[in-house]
Design a protein around this ligand. Structure first.
Ligand code: ADP
Ligand code: MN
Ligand code: MN
Ligand code: MN
Ligand code: MN
Length: 366
């Protein structure tokens, strides 16, 4: 199977660990991570700081230049503003990963910088103490784009044994999911679990519950770690919401949401009020549920394979083929959170959490 793995994953990793263990004096290697102009892909580059930063203020702004696709030979410079610091599970302590917001040269947010608006919304609604927990599904592919470990000219056995499955014929690529999990914990990401998903080579990790903007920050950095861990193993993680057409589950990013009111005694009433507000804005919400105005998600939200039809808003207790699920435990306790099952796996969590907070917690004229 090695021909489906990348070449760099086959470099000698024992040698790598020798160099990583060399002393680095008081210097600190910092990897700047940012969302590029696609709104879904991440980029990074590294620099040396004279000492270990003790807070985000100690990490200077930087910039990046990219070629303008429609204007060959011309370049745009963008500003990278550090917003969130993590330990680096690849270069190890004291080195850092830093998530950045991207600004244009006039210091206005880049078109794909949804954090900027999300942060403002989260500031306005912070009295409600909104929490978000996101379930990130993804599918492993070989570098040839074929689902990892799937037979080259046929399909694996139909879905059924794979969700939370154990055994070489049902769990494909567990090393990735487990190593990513450990890397997230080391980094300081609030990751709360992982599981094998319904389609072979499909996995999920969960981030949260996180308050406000932190959910987006932690999910984006967790995605960076996923792609970076996959690089070491020579495979690709795709967040395409329907990587294999037909009777195979797509990948979503279920977004669980609660506030101080929904978590308090009798909070179910507040959950039901939120559901009605979400119902009223379903069409505009679908447009931000992926980076392409809802077109990617259209392939996933068919009404089959544990999804609701994209054109119909629905809500129910303990059901999977709905837009919003009230978990069974929540309906029994009459308090807790709702699960929004609509966001696609490649959604921008800032756009999604921002839309939910704005819809459920702000008045129309705010
Ligand atoms: P599912 O049954 O839908 O597969 P998971 O166990 O995969 O559920 O994920 C549950 C998600 O709900 C996690 O991301 C977790 O952080 C989140 N969550 C749990 N409690 C709350 C809460 N009170 N508010 C918001 N999110 C929550
Ligand atoms: Mn250069
Ligand atoms: Mn889940
Ligand atoms: Mn799932
Ligand atoms: Mn779920």
């Amino acid at each position: 199977m090695t021909h489906t793995l990348s070449v760099s994953s086959q470099l000698n990793k024992v040698l790598r660990s020798h160099y990583l263990s060399l002393p680095q004096g008081g210097l600190c290697q910092v990897t700047y991570v940012w969302i590029d102009g696609s709104g879904e892909n991440l980029r990074c580059k590294m620099r040396t700081l004279e000492s270990e930063p003790s807070s985000i203020e100690d990490i200077p702004e930087w910039n990046c230049t990219f070629i303008r696709i429609n204007h060959p030979g011309t370049f745009n410079t963008m500003i990278l503003v550090p917003v969130c610091i993590f330990r680096d599970p690849f270069m190890l302590d004291p080195n850092k990963l830093v998530l950045c917001e991207v600004l244009k040269i006039n210091r206005k947010p880049a078109d794909t910088n949804h954090r900027h608006a999300c942060k403002k919304i989260m500031e306005k609604v912070k009295e409600s103490i909104p929490w978000f927990g996101m379930e990130q599904e993804y599918t492993l592919l070989g570098i040839d784009g074929h689902p990892y470990s799937w037979p080259s000219n046929s399909y694996p056995k139909p879905q059924g044994p794979y969700n939370c499955g154990v055994g070489a014929d049902r769990a494909y690529g567990r090393d990735i999911a487990e190593c990513h999990y450990k890397a997230c914990i080391y980094a300081g990401i609030k990751i709360c679990g992982i599981n094998a998903e319904s389609m072979p080579s499909q996995w999920e990790f969960q981030v949260g519950p996180c308050e406000g903007i932190v959910a987006g920050d932690h999910l984006w950095m967790a995605r960076f770690l996923l792609h970076r861990v996959c690089e070491d193993f020579g495979v690709i993680a795709t967040l395409d919401p329907k990587p294999i057409s037909g009777n195979w589950n797509g990948s979503g990013c279920h977004t669980n949401f609660s506030t101080e009111a929904t978590r308090a005694e009798g909070g179910l009433e507040h959950i039901e009020m939120s559901i009605e507000k979400l119902r009223a804005r379903h069409v505009e919400y679908i447009r931000i549920s992926d980076p392409h105005g809802g077109q990617d998600n259209q392939r996933r939200l068919t009404g089959f394979n544990s999804t609701a039809n994209i054109h119909e808003f629905s809500a129910a207790v303990d059901r999977h083929g709905v837009s919003i699920r009230i978990p069974l435990q929540v309906s029994q306790d009459k308090r807790g959170y709702l699960e929004d099952r609509r966001p696609a796996a490649n959604c921008d969590p800032y756009a999604v959490t921002g839309a939910i907070a704005q819809t459920c917690l702000m008045e129309d004229d705010e």
